[in-house]
Design a protein around this ligand. Sequence first.
Ligand code: GDP
Ligand code: MG
Length: 168
Amino acid sequence: GSMDANVAVLGTESVGKSALTVRLLTRRFIGEYGDIESIYSHSFMVNGREISLNIWDSPYSEKKVQWADGYVLVYSICDRASFNSVSRLIQTIRSKKDYMNAAKVPIVIVGNKRDLHHRRTVLSEEGRLLALNTDCHFYEVSAAENYHSVLMVFHGLVDRMKDAKLTM
Ligand code: GDP
Ligand code: MG
């Protein structure tokens, strides 16, 4: 059957939350995005199954932590403060969701702006280690350069959400 889920894209300012969201929806990178808080609907097929997502693109707000079934937590590989903020967000989300097993809350961690490797301040290993220690999936992507890797992020989250529905 089909699956409906709410997804929150969270992270500090300018890490590329809107760029990732718009890339998924349109396959394009526009370059400049407003600061409008939006909920987008998007459907795609995964293994012959239709998945409909409501994707909320906005700065962090506690209200939407409850609304969401899954989370895309974004930092920029050129912005250490944004990386630190992701580990705090994981704790906040886990403490607010009513799960038998907090590790099952579907969260994917995304290090964005991979194309800016000359300005990198957060190593891939650090992202991978954070994900390992917090039971999250981890991706490094470039919303600017690559549609496929952005699609993989959302596919990965859908897998986590399916898994959570079975074991919640
Ligand atoms: P938000 O505040 O998290 O929604 O960030 P935006 O999506 O508005 O992106 C902030 C800035 O970073 C914009 O100028 C984007 O063009 C730029 N940006 C977003 N993703 C990438 C990326 O993968 N690579 C590069 N080089 N720039 C990016
Ligand atoms: Mg934005």
